[in-house]
Design a protein around this ligand. Structure first.
Ligand code: NAD
Ligand code: TYD
Length: 335
């Protein structure tokens, strides 16, 4: 049997594949990835030679490519592929609708046609919109996304649930909070701040920096995903959180302590348009039903992540060159 993974060359997908090839040694793990700016085959170097791993380069919006790549004995589809960065969705939303909505629908259609097994759809806590102080996002709350990114992920979720309801597909949705860890492309706050801190460069803080996010180590997330894949209840949604809520400024001050850099690197810049103030995911359902809980305390995970970036300077330099540099300069060059 095979597990068809989309977006496996990205940050979370590559952690999932590095784990899954070991956890599922008798199954073929197929990584279907378009290798956009966010896809990096170096992320898969540790498993590239495994006999049960295969890469297929292709776009999830391309029906013929998906049809050719998805095997007939597909036990599960694990769908990570997405445009994933909020700031990019503010610059241009079209790619987000294409990949996140249309691409998801193409996968659903072909998975149904091929009679694939479980469809595990990876979503985000951002679909719930900004939470008020003291409010926690639970699985049954209405979806009120604010950013174009979150809106496209919400639309994708609706198509997944519609396919499950209409055609009886075995689909599950997971929504996770802000992941951090090794191999994360340095456009998201934490890897950007780590690599800037290591170079002694300013760290951009949007607005007042008092926005709150919940941080989860990527390995805790993929451990949850493997449990949901094998034991999750058909048709359900599960929230996966790190139980580590922090305001951006507090998180960055901790990072500067860990890296031994001065707080003067923190540089307030113009706020993100429509910036969500607080995400806070309630993950008690997965704890209660499937016995999963996050195990990596934030400070321990942060220290390990900083050490990884320090030990993998080649990876950092490669990803910070080329197309990334152009994007970074267009975002921060004028500030
Ligand atoms: P990422 O941006 O690091 O990687 C995305 C991957 O998808 C890349 O390998 C890219 O090449 C591939 N891809 C993009 N468009 C594609 C297309 N049209 N066809 C095929 N492949 C394509 O993303 P990530 O941070 O690893 O996030 C993975 C998933 O988890 C996404 O669905 C995202 O919405 C969700 N998520 C991420 C976070 C987070 O903190 N990173 C939090 C919650 C949810
Ligand atoms: P990000 O990593 O983009 O994740 P998300 O917006 O999806 O939660 O941003 C995390 C938080 O950090 C968010 O409140 C925006 C803020 N932020 C900055 O202050 N500076 C930055 O350079 C970036 C990229 C984000």
């Amino acid at each position: 049997m095979s597990i068809f993974v989309t977006g496996g060359a990205g940050f979370i997908g590559s952690q999932f594949i590095r784990d899954a090839v070991r956890c599922h040694p008798t199954e073929l793990i197929i990584n279907f990835d378009a290798l956009t700016y966010a896809g990096n085959l170096h992320n898969l170097a540790p498993v590239a030679d495994f006999a049960n791993y295969r890469l297929v380069k292709g776009n999830i919006c391309d029906e013929n490519a998906v049809l050719a790549a998805m095997p007939d004995d597909c036990a599960a589809v694990v769908h990570f592929a997405a445009e994933s960065h909020v700031d990019r969705s503010i610059l241009s939303a079209k790619e987000f609708v294409e990949t996140n909505v249309l691409g998801t629908q193409v996968l659903l259609d072909i998975a149904r046609h091929k009679r694939a097994g479980r469809f595990l759809h990876i979503s985000t806590d951002e679909v719930g919109g900004s939470m008020e102080p003291g409010q926690w996002f639970t699985e049954d709350m209405p979806l009120i996304p604010s950013s174009p990114y979150a809106a496209s992920k919400t639309a994708a979720e609706h198509m997944v649930r519609a396919a499950a309801h209409t055609f009886g597909m075995d689909a599950i949705v997971t929504r996770t909070s802000n992941n951090y860890g090794p191999y994360q492309f340095p456009e998201k706050l934490l890897p950007l701040a780590i690599s800037n801190a290591m170079q002694g460069e300013p760290i951009p803080v949007y607005g007042d920096g008092l926005q709150e996010r919940d941080w989860i180590h990527v390995a805790d997330n993929t451990r949850a995903l493997l449990i949901v894949l094998s034991k999750g209840r058909r048709g359900e949604t599960y929230h996966i959180g790190g139980k580590s809520p922090l305001r951006n400024l507090d998180m960055l001050k901790l990072l500067l302590q860990v890296t031994g850099q001065p707080e003067s690197l923190l540089t307030h810049v113009t706020d993100r348009l429509g910036h969500d103030r607080r995400y806070a995911v309630d993950c008690s359902k997965i704890e209660r039903e499937l016995g999963w809980t996050p195990e990596i305390p934030f400070e321990e995970g942060l220290r390990a992540t900083v050490a990884w970036y320090r030990d993998n300077q080649d990876w950092v330099q490669r990803t910070r060159s080329g197309e990334y540099r152009k994007y970074y300069e267009s975002m921060y060059g004028g500030r």
